[in-house]
Design a protein around this ligand. Structure first.
Ligand SMILES: *Cc1c(COP(=O)(O)O)cnc(C)c1O
Length: 224
């Protein structure tokens, strides 16, 4: 990782293209989500200047501050919420984001369904799966995933496009990526969001359609 965002973006993009090709997948079938949380404005603007348009944020308020004006200037921007969402922020999230990757409970699904009606936008929704079954981590347990996915559609009318996971720190990520891909496949879901700076190439090998790369693009994050 260099201090030049454009250089980093070019390097990550080249690695994504190579890993996608090596996995026998169509070129362009893996999307880079540049995770801009806790990054200074000059780095965000450098990424925009380099042509990056898909960004990930993990807090609604921080994202509103950073993106409301920039989005008005760049209609092709695509913003993804990749962090936990409180039900009382569902409306703000639906109004700002093009995708919400962290649907993980029925109360939130209900709030999102309500927000979709009121706001009149239907972002892409992913269900977060807690593949490592870590108590402190958000997400649906793998064994509950199929039933949960079925209920979101039947009970709340939410269209779910795919799944997302954050594997446990300090464990090989491969088995978690394989598990997430299997859940997507058997539920007929197209979108698989997995892989971060350290392991996005491995994630692509296991079928990631979206990789979320923060420090590998922007460098070290600022403390909150
Ligand atoms: C911060 C974050 C990332 C990016 O992490 P890096 O290691 O900086 O690439 C990816 N996914 C989620 C959910 C995050 O919160």
């Amino acid at each position: 990782v260099t201090t030049d965002v454009g250089t980093n973006l070019a390097a990550v993009t080249a690695k994504i293209a190579e890993a996608t090709r090596a996995a026998g997948r169509a070129s362009g079938s893996t999307t880079l989500v540049a995770v801009s949380k806790q990054q200074p404005d000059d780095r965000i603007d450098a990424a925009l200047a380099a042509g990056q348009r898909v960004f990930g944020e993990n807090r609604v308020q921080e994202a509103q501050g950073r993106w409301t004006e920039r989005r008005a200037a760049k209609p092709d921007l695509h913003l993804r919420l990749i962090g936990p969402l409180q039900s009382n922020k569902a409306r703000d999230a639906v109004a700002l984001f093009d995708a919400i990757d962290s649907v993980d409970r029925e109360s939130l699904a209900s709030a999102l369904a309500d927000a979709v009606q009121r706001v009149g936008r239907h972002p892409q929704f992913l269900v977060q799966i807690n593949t490592g079954e870590e108590p402190q981590k958000a997400g649906v347990a793998p064994r509950d995933a199929d039933a949960f996915l079925g209920r979101l559609d039947r009970t709340f009318g939410l269209r779910i496009a795919g799944v997302m996971c954050i594997p446990p720190v300090g464990e090989p990520a491969g088995p978690h990526f394989a598990l997430l891909a299997a859940i997507a496949r058997r539920n007929g879901l197209d979108v698989i969001s997995m892989g971060m700076s350290e392991d996005f190439e491995l994630a692509i090998r296991f079928g990631a359609t979206h990789v979320r790369v923060g420090s590998g693009v922007f460098g070290t994050r600022l403390p909150r």
